[in-house]
Design a protein around this ligand. Structure first.
Ligand code: MN
Length: 166
């Protein structure tokens, strides 16, 4: 099963980096407000450069480099299953990403169930929207970012990582 990763990243602005393993790399989006469990909420996800698979295990403090700077907390990790369709036909993640619409089922420690990522028709080429699909893992009254803020790797907060790994 391909993996997914969400890294909470305290850079010049706090954001959540959402990454999906596709064809040997981590396809990546920066989500300023983070993922939501509420199917009525659409979160802006800005497509950024592919990251290496190995980077998906990273937690710590980045020195200024190609992947930016700041403190990185491994907020969620797990595997996913492609649900993307074109009409009745199942299509690959690569094809879906080209077309600007993918659906997938997450099996993470915090996030589960179906999500879609769609490229916005208007505005910037790299602007996508992440939305929860309405299934048993959907909740409209839980802010998972508030209720489960810490690392799934170490249990640490961003502040602890920044202090201990500097
Ligand atoms: Mn980032």
């Amino acid at each position: 099963m391909p993996k997914f990763v969400i890294q909470k990243h305290d850079a010049s602005r706090l954001h959540y980096d959402f990454r999906l393993e596709v064809a040997g790399v981590l396809k990546s989006w920066a989500i300023p407000k983070g993922p939501s469990l509420d199917p009525r909420v659409r979160r802006l996800a800005v497509a950024v450069e592919d990251h290496s698979l190995g980077y998906g295990d990273f937690e710590g403090v980045l020195a200024q480099g190609s992947y930016g700077a700041g403190t990185v907390l491994l907020w969620d990790t797990g595997t996913y299953r492609n649900l993307t369709q074109e009409g009745e036909q199942e299509i690959s993640m690569e094809r879906g990403l080209e077309k600007g619409s993918v659906s997938f089922w997450l099996e993470g420690k915090k996030l589960r169930g179906g999500y879609t990522l769609r490229r916005m028709k208007r505005g910037e080429e790299n602007a996508w929207l992440l939305t929860k699909l309405p299934d048993a893992a959907a909740h409209s009254d839980t802010d998972i970012l508030q209720s489960a803020p810490n690392s799934v790797l170490s249990g640490r907060t961003l502040e602890q990582i920044a202090e201990q790994d500097k």
